[in-house]
Write a new protein. Structure first.
Length: 69
C-alpha cells in the first residue's frame, strides 16, 4: 500500500522540475517585478540559470524514460 506522499509523487512524476521552475519564476516576479519582499528568499543575478537547469533536467529525464521503454 502506497503512502499519501508516494501517491502524490507518482501523480507529479515528470512535472516536479516544472513546478520548481514555476516557483522560481513566481518568486522573481514578486520580488523584482512587484517589489514585494518574500522573507527568506534572495534572488541573485543567476536566477535564470536555475530555471533553465530545472527545465533541462525535466527534458532529460523525459527523454531517458522514453529511451528505456
Amino acid at each position: 500500500m502506497l503512502s499519501a506522499f508516494q501517491k502524490v509523487a507518482e501523480l507529479l512524476d515528470g512535472f516536479k522540475m516544472y513546478i520548481i521552475a514555476g516557483t522560481i519564476l513566481l518568486a522573481v516576479l514578486l520580488e523584482k517585478g512587484l517589489g514585494w519582499d518574500i522573507p527568506g528568499v534572495v534572488i541573485g543575478d543567476d536566477w535564470m540559470n536555475y530555471v533553465w537547469t530545472a527545465l533541462g533536467m525535466s527534458a532529460a529525464r523525459s527523454a531517458i524514460k522514453k529511451v528505456e521503454m
